[in-house]
Design a protein around this ligand. Sequence first.
Ligand code: SAM
Length: 351
Amino acid sequence: MQRGGWLPFDEFMQAALYAPGLGYYANALPKLGGMPASGSDFITAPELSPLFGQCIAQQLAQVLDAVEAAGGSRCVYEFGAGNGTLALQLCEHLAHISCRLERYFIIEISSELRMRQQEKLKAFADRITWLDALPAQMQGAVIGNEVLDAMPVKLLQRKQGLWHERGVVMQESGFAWEDRLTDLRPPCEIAGNHDYLTEIHPQPEAFMRTLAEHLSLGVAVFIDYGFPEAEYYHPQRHMGTLMTHHLHTSSTDPLVRIGEQDITAHVNFTACALAAQDAGLEVMGYCTQGRFLLNCGLLSKAEHLAQIPRASVAKLINEHEMGELSRFWRLAKGLDLEILGFTQGDRSHTL
Ligand SMILES: C[S@@+](CC[C@H](N)C(=O)[O-])C[C@H]1O[C@@H](n2cnc3c(N)ncnc32)[C@H](O)[C@@H]1O
């Protein structure tokens, strides 16, 4: 370790999740899946029901038609494809609704997950390309489910009125927290002077700027757990949003089971939207996952399902499950399109 043995939390989180071979997303442990018996730690929406991908495919089809009409190419770019489940659902459903796809690109930083994706997507191998770097000009539809909330965050702690950056030191007994005075601040004032732990998000914001540089025509849709700024930095949210997941149990200590548990923090949608906007993207929609899926026809797709798969669909939209907490938002460049998933329930005004 450098800096006298002190590592800022974002660097610790980067290593704990992505260090080649050892980090949580880089090693061979199961990670994503339905039940703890499989050794998995958490479930994401595409793993829960294929109808998640089918609804998004309806949306992508509309975007691809509009991009083509504006002179662009019918490509899909997926960031952070996990087990490849969403990619499979999208490729299958786009084929099912006869939506022509020029190319499906996947940008994945974990080589272990890239191998899992290649295995799962064998049937579509002729249509899919894994990219190591973004093309200079991206045209089409961009999608990412739970990618921004898997990016490292910085931790800030206000103690007795003074702001500190929280970092990690190695002690004989293992890793421990150490706070150092800092000039860093949350993006808005936190009312009161009580002790307050929170996160800031330089990596997701930088990601938005990079996307803006590369997307020349199209629409990007991201789905993540998060809040607009006023909710994120509410004075009562004094313990932040950092969470870990291990065997389908959540906890708040990222300094244990390093490499064996997921670490995640909610996204500050306002900060990401501003970074995107400043870099030339238009922020054109923000709504709950439940709303987006209902707008894309989830209920009619679920009508003929048996009880068990229908219960999984309910989890996608129930307010106390993913329906309210997980949010969709979309950005665009060069297209002014009233898109399907945001026709009702748009909350962009809250960003
Ligand atoms: C929580 S998992 C979500 C996986 C999948 N999208 C799903 O919904 O099941 C996060 C994924 O994002 C990937 N990831 C994280 N940061 C990334 C980045 N900067 N670029 C591309 N992939 C990234 C991880 O390796 C992993 O595949």
